[in-house]
Design a protein around this ligand. Structure first.
Ligand code: ATP
Length: 369
């Protein structure tokens, strides 16, 4: 997937590592292992500082996102490598909401970038589709919409109960994500941007998306821009994913359509994502959650986290390293050096070791820098 705008561009970067719960704590060390391997032969230095925020800390100390954490991350780190949050012992999932949604909102990470890239033909459930057919990126608005937590219930627990959840869309919020999608397309030589909404039913909220889209697209006449209602997009992306380069949509629809996209490209175990504010400290996480059902078994697929780390170094401006990580992942898929969910026999750490060794060998053959 072509590059995402950079934060740092220098030779050194500080990374906050938040492995979190469940398989987050199992896959994140593998991504760090791979990052260390890719940086070793290059004149790049990554400094990792790990934070133990998650269910254990919450249950032990009652702390979710510690006081001053947001400012510390914002001022002292270039990026955050995140695992996953979610634990059956915390039914409210309060720690996950405070930490992950807290960071997304408080760091104003308004772009949720979710590449959908098929890395090996055998991984797509679509018949007769190959790597060259499935290569797009979804930009999901990440700070507004139905996820802002505005709403309430009335007469809860009675037969007359009413629940209201507000969909909040600001002119500023809609414009910046749409503009980002066009800028990304232009910077990366991509020719097509598709904005998706449900403005035929959600006339107020998505009427705003329509108006802003029509205005902004006039500044990007070099890009082929198009609109699809979200239900049509869901059909079209399955029928023929070749139609799409860049998709931009609201928080809820982006959540859903990017998971659909993840399945087209091999499933949750492989899907990376970035929560980005261009030029500011941004957060990178695999799309999958903490997966308690497989935690502790050693079967968690670390490739989603590893591909996430490639997005992160791309954000730092380190394109060669990002490409080297993706090359290694492609090689692992080709040689079936993968976990059982992808049909392999390796455990989580063995996949990380294999990738690190692959990069070590490739860097001897042809140094990354
Ligand atoms: P959430 O934390 O988002 O509520 P979850 O942790 O229950 O969700 P997901 O991460 O969404 O679940 O994944 C659903 C299922 O997919 C998992 O229970 C697991 O079986 C499988 N899965 C997800 N990620 C991976 C992975 N990295 N490796 C192998 N299997 C995975």
């Amino acid at each position: 997937m072509p590059g995402i705008p950079m934060r740092n561009g220098g030779a050194k970067a500080r990374i906050a590592v938040i492995p979190g719960d469940g398989i987050g704590a199992e896959v994140t060390p593998e991504a760090v292992k791979v990052l260390k391997a890719v940086c070793a032969p290059a004149s790049r230095t990554l400094e990792f500082v790990e934070f133990d925020w998650g269910a254990d800390k919450f249950l032990r100390e009652g702390v979710t996102l510690p006081l001053g954490a947001v400012e510390m991350l914002r001022d002292e780190f270039d990026a955050i490598l995140f695992g996953a949050l979610g634990d059956p012992r915390v039914l409210s999932n309060q720690h996950a909401a405070d930490i992950l949604l807290g960071l997304r909102f408080k760091l104003d990470l308004y772009v949720n970038a979710r590449p959908v890239e098929l890395l090996h033909d055998r991984l797509t459930p679509l018949r007769d589709r190959t790597e060259k057919d499935i290569r797009l990126i979804v930009f999901r608005e990440n700070t507004e919409g139905l996820y802002v937590g505005v709403g309430g219930t009335f007469k809860q627990g009675t037969p007359d109960e009413i629940a209201v959840q507000e969909d909040v869309n600001s002119r500023k919020g809609v414009e910046r994500i749409i503009r980002y999608a066009f800028e990304y397309a232009r910077e990366n030589g991509l020719k097509r941007v598709c904005m998706s909404d449900k403005s035929n039913a959600m006339t107020f909220a998505h009427g705003l998306w329509q108006r802003v889209f029509k205005e902004v697209r006039q500044e990007y006449t070099d890009i082929d821009s198009r609109h699809l209602f979200i239900d049509t997009l869901a059909m079209e992306i399955v029928r023929d994913p070749r139609q799409f380069d860049v998709i931009v949509t609201c928080n809820l629809f982006g959540d859903i359509i990017s998971d659909l996209g993840a399945q087209l490209a091999g499933g949750l175990g492989l899907a990376p994502s970035g929560n980005i504010h261009p030029g500011r400290t941004s957060l990178f996480e695999p799309v999958h959650g903490s997966a308690p059902n497989i935690t502790g078994k050693g079967t968690a697929n670390p490739l989603g986290s590893v591909l996430t780390s490639a997005m992160m170094v791309e954000f730092l401006g380190w394109k060669t390293e990002a490409a080297a990580i993706r090359t290694a992942v492609r090689a692992a898929l080709r040689e079936n050096s993968v976990t059982p969910d992808l049909g392999g026999k390796k455990n989580t750490a063995e996949v990380g070791d294999w990738l690190a060794r692959f990069m070590e060998k490739s860097s001897h053959a042809q140094p990354f820098k």
